[in-house]
Design a protein around this ligand. Structure first.
Ligand SMILES: Cc1cc2nc3c(=O)[nH]c(=O)nc-3n(C[C@H](O)[C@H](O)[C@H](O)COP(=O)(O)OP(=O)(O)OC[C@H]3O[C@@H](n4cnc5c(N)ncnc54)[C@H](O)[C@@H]3O)c2cc1C
Ligand SMILES: *[C@@H]1O[C@H](CO)[C@@H](O)[C@H](O)[C@H]1NC(C)=O
Length: 426
């Protein structure tokens, strides 16, 4: 018997996978496990699907993954909700004078590796509905996982109502405040403040188009502008043909936070940061109905993502939180999902599952660590910009577009290296 999964026929592997968390990491792992022929179920604490968050980025290395789902149908849906900067590019301003120092052109789109920047909740709904309705993957909402367990032959979870669920493998894709992480590591891993926070907002263009100072951003399709200052940057984009507006302001914030979380923010605090800036920035911020104050946490790389017996693993933000300046957090969570699904398929027999799970960590670990670092290097490149040098070499403050990150094919790579890597763990 074989299962039809959109774009290929796969024979069932007989491996049962339980995934905790239906974010982009957990859902991608579920979809890819289904593609590879595993039996998969998802448990998620939120009681219903809600359109939450604001801007999120997926690089070309995520686009390649999306393209493989239902012959590009999912990628096409994502594309129509995402920013289109082919005409406008990315205009980088000096924060005080407002002058455009450089315009970074948008590369010719490659149909095999589309990029998506759009509303997190809208894009999430597409992936969620694809997994649930089109592929028929069971996604159990309103179930908080309180415990994880494993023995030599099995692993599983215990839900808040006491129900025990067993599987061959459990994937803890439960986000930056992961419970699975604590259980895998055996200790509570306290997040540190990164020293920065982000004020962020998403709103319709209604008031923007009424104001002659701001209407240019909404009248001619999508736009993307950044104002770079000392230890601070402000990014503003318009999306869906200029109809939605979104800004993020990353600034110093040493507040001692217990966990990465968002609080309602105050416009007066934003105005304080913007004192002495190009007045366009305040003209944009004034139109904001409500905003979020998002503290950015930092964690040292975890020593390992996989449990003692090799049947529980972390994936996505639970294993490796990213700074937004890398613009790769969700993309790397997706790559994790692709790789674990390939490794389990290549395990071939059930007694090799722990080795396959360890191979997943081995294949992912170093790449993730290197991509994570780009979050700091990009931030520092902007925050420490020397404007005399930038004027001589404007490209030096462009957003990095590195082939080793963007051209990567996680599925191909995992298939290429699996046999060699798994040998270390057999
Ligand atoms: C509500 C929300 C809004 C976000 N908004 C943005 C945004 O605007 N921009 C941006 O760049 N990033 C945002 N993120 C983060 C972004 O989605 C992730 O950084 C990235 O996609 C990696 O995803 P992930 O699947 O690893 O983790 P997440 O997306 O955080 O998903 C983890 C999931 O696990 C669930 N979960 C946690 N604990 C349990 C438990 N014990 N039992 C069952 N389920 C559990 C959570 O409810 C959540 O749905 C947001 C995340 C969330 C949850
Ligand atoms: C985009 O918006 C402009 C007005 O701002 C409108 O003239 C144009 O038709 C819109 N394009 C699409 C594809 O909706």
């Amino acid at each position: 018997m074989s299962v039809l999964n959109g774009n290929q026929e796969t024979s069932p592997t007989g491996i049962k996978v339980v995934i905790v968390g239906a974010g982009f990491g957990g859902l991608t792992a579920a979809i890819e496990c289904h593609r590879q022929g595993h039996t998969v179920e998802v448990y998620e604490s939120f009681p219903e699907l809600k359109v939450l968050g604001d801007i999120i980025s997926f690089g070309p290395n995520a686009g390649r993954i999306y393209r493989r789902w239902s012959n590009g149908k999912i990628a096409d849906k994502m594309r129509s909700l995402s920013i289109n900067l082919r005409n406008y590019g990315f205009r980088i301003h000096k924060y005080d004078t407002g002058e455009v120092v450089t315009t970074q052109k948008t590369p010719e789109p490659d149909p095999e590796t589309p990029v998506f920047n759009g509303h997190r909740g809208e894009l999430h709904s597409i992936v969620f509905n694809y997994a649930k309705d089109e592929l028929g993957i069971p996604i159990h909402l309103g179930h908080r996982v309180t415990q994880y367990w494993e023995d030599e032959d099995q692993a599983g979870i215990i839900l808040d109502d006491g129900t025990k669920v067993s599987a061959d493998v459990v994937i803890g894709a439960d986000g930056v405040r992961s419970k699975a992480r604590e259980l895998v590591l055996g200790y509570y891993d306290k997040p540190k403040s990164s020293g920065y926070a982000v004020y962020r907002a998403w709103f319709p263009n209604t008031d923007m188009i009424k104001d002659p100072r701001t209407k240019e951003f909404c009248e001619n399709g999508d736009t993307f502008n950044g104002w770079i200052g000392p230890d601070v940057h402000f990014l503003f984009s318009t999306i869906k043909n200029g109809s939605d507006c979104c800004w993020v302001l990353t600034h110093r914030d040493e507040a001692d936070i217990d966990e990465s979380w968002s609080f309602p923010g105050k416009l007066e605090d934003v105005y304080k940061v913007l004192e002495g800036w190009d007045p366009t920035c305040k003209a944009i911020v004034e139109k904001t109905p409500s905003l979020v104050d998002w503290k950015l946490v930092y964690r040292d790389p975890l020593p390992r993502w996989v449990s003692d017996k090799g049947r529980i693993t972390l994936l996505g933000d639970s294993a490796h939180p990213f700074l937004p300046t890398s613009a790769q957090g969700a993309t790397q969570a997706m790559e994790d999902g692709v790789v674990i699904a390939v490794c389990l398929k290549r395990a071939q027999s059930k007694d090799r599952i722990p080795a396959a799970v360890r191979a997943y960590q081995d294949i992912r670990y170093e790449r993730v660590r290197l991509v994570q670092k780009t979050g700091e290097t990009t931030r520092d490149m902007w925050h420490k910009a020397d404007w005399d040098k930038v004027k001589e070499d404007p490209d030096s403050i462009h957003l990095p577009r590195e082939d080793w990150i963007f051209q990567f094919d996680a599925e191909k790579k995992a298939n290429e290296v699996f046999d060699e890597v798994v040998r270390k763990f057999l």
